[in-house]
Design a protein around this ligand. Structure first.
Ligand code: STX
Length: 418
């Protein structure tokens, strides 16, 4: 946080409530609420994936008018088990698990629909969630658009961006032997998941340093320091790498191809002109596919939400949407409305739902009684409504046979490099 940002964002606030949501598969997800408990609900989706939330993320929203929900996605931040754990198992950590976690959290907080605010990876997750559950989303605020298409990943992790940052690129590839450098995401995968901390920590730090030092127009030493803390860097790099090995479990181009599902949702797209991590071409592709969404290009910014021009545009977006306080409850779409049963007493309006106790919120059970949807959906791991090829959603799916990978490209390394 710098002084300029202090003038742009709302003052620091503390949560009025926080807890852990048991989402299944051994994962617990940290969540918190701040601002006005009666305010317009908004959920903040952090980047990476794997970066976790920070207290300053609350400051994009007017605390008088918003009920601000932050949560740390599986394996990151204060969620457990943390992905830096030597025994970390990311099998049940996929985009569609996170989408299901958001639905579980929303229902446990008795929120009918919320604004979804996400940057970078958070923009991908926001689109994935909104396309699967459009009637649960009042507005979308998207920044630094990232959709995990193959050329986006290759640009940043396989050499494209080396044309802008050749010096930092040398540091990124340094831990990888020359013969493995034609497939860096895979080469990093082997090291990041090596059980030896002497191998996975330096790999995590090098991966995270590359990202941290290329996110801002001008170098931000404090961001680099924060992101290269060994535990944070290991979790961040492992989770990102795991998602990128699988192309986010998306069909190539799925998020932009799927915008028809969200076309009616008021939205703002904020994009820095000189974003090297997620270049403007992706935001442009989204804008072309979705011209109804307001498109804001910040002329003097790169990627990070902490850049003054980006922060200003994001605050303008949330302030603008806060003016319409009437749309915090959305009508469910027919496909999500449960078939009415004669003795159905579970159909409750959100404001009739019993206030969940913090302790109750930590378990999925209250959902069964408190929410108007089938209980089984509370633990589903694949979001309904989005076409997903089975292989992409199978947690045991072998990444080496991922159809997303280039079949023409021969692997240089035929055997383990350890
Ligand atoms: N990763 C982009 C992303 O979501 C490809 C991201 N990168 N760094 C961040 O997010 C933080 C600034 C949140 C650490």
């Amino acid at each position: 946080m710098n002084e300029q940002l202090d003038e742009i964002l709302y003052p620091p606030i503390e949560p009025y409530e926080s807890g852990e949501l048991i989402v299944g598969d051994g994962h617990r997800v940290y969540w918190e609420q701040s601002g006005n408990p009666e305010g317009k609900p908004v959920v903040f989706l952090h980047g990476g994936p794997g970066a976790g939330t920070s207290p300053w993320h609350r400051r994009f929203f007017d605390p008088e008018r918003y009920r601000i929900v932050l949560f740390d996605q599986r394996g990151s931040g204060r969620s457990t088990p943390h992905a830096s754990d030597p025994r970390a198992d990311l099998r049940y950590n996929t985009t569609w698990h996170l989408v299901a976690d958001m639905e579980l959290l929303r229902r446990n907080l008795a929120i009918a629909a919320w604004q979804v605010f996400g940057g970078s990876w958070g923009s991908a997750l926001a689109l994935a969630y909104a396309e699967a559950h459009p009637h649960r989303v009042t507005e979308l605020v998207l920044r630094g658009i990232f959709t995990l298409r193959r050329h986006e990943l290759e640009w940043f992790y396989e050499g494209g961006a080396s044309v802008i940052f050749p010096d930092l690129w040398e540091d990124f590839i340094a831990p990888i032997p020359v013969l493995e450098r034609s497939r860096l995401i895979e080469a990093y995968h082997r090291r990041l998941f090596d059980p030896d901390p002497g191998v996975h920590i330096p790999a995590g730090v090098a991966w995270s340093r590359w990202e941290a030092s290329t996110l801002t127009l001008l170098a931000d030493d404090s961001l680099v320091e924060e992101m290269t803390d060994p535990a944070a860097a290991t979790a961040f790099a492992r989770i990102e790498n795991h998602y990128f090995m699988h192309g986010g479990w998306f069909e190539e181009g799925q998020l932009i191809d799927g915008v028809d599902a969200v076309r009616g949702i008021p939205a703002v797209i904020v994009q820095g002109r000189y974003d090297v991590c997620t270049p403007i071409m992706t935001a442009w592709d989204l804008h072309r596919a979705w011209p109804e969404a307001e498109f804001v290009v910040v002329p003097d910014a790169s990627h990070s939400a902490s850049e003054p021009g980006i922060a200003r545009a994001l605050r303008a977006a949330t302030d603008g949407f806060a003016r319409d306080m009437s749309i915090d409850v959305a009508e469910p779409e027919p496909d999500e409305v449960r078939e009415p049963e004669p003795d159905d007493s579970a159909e409750a309006e959100p404001d009739e739902v019993a206030e969940p106790e913090p302790a109750d919120v930590a378990t999925p059970e209250p959902v069964d009684d408190a929410q108007p949807e089938p209980a089984a959906e509370a633990v589903e791991t694949v979001a309904a409504g989005v076409p997903q090829p089975a292989a992409h959603n199978d947690p045991d799916h072998d990444p080496w046979s991922n159809p997303w990978a280039d079949p023409e490209h021969e692997r240089v390394d035929g055997k383990s490099d350890r």
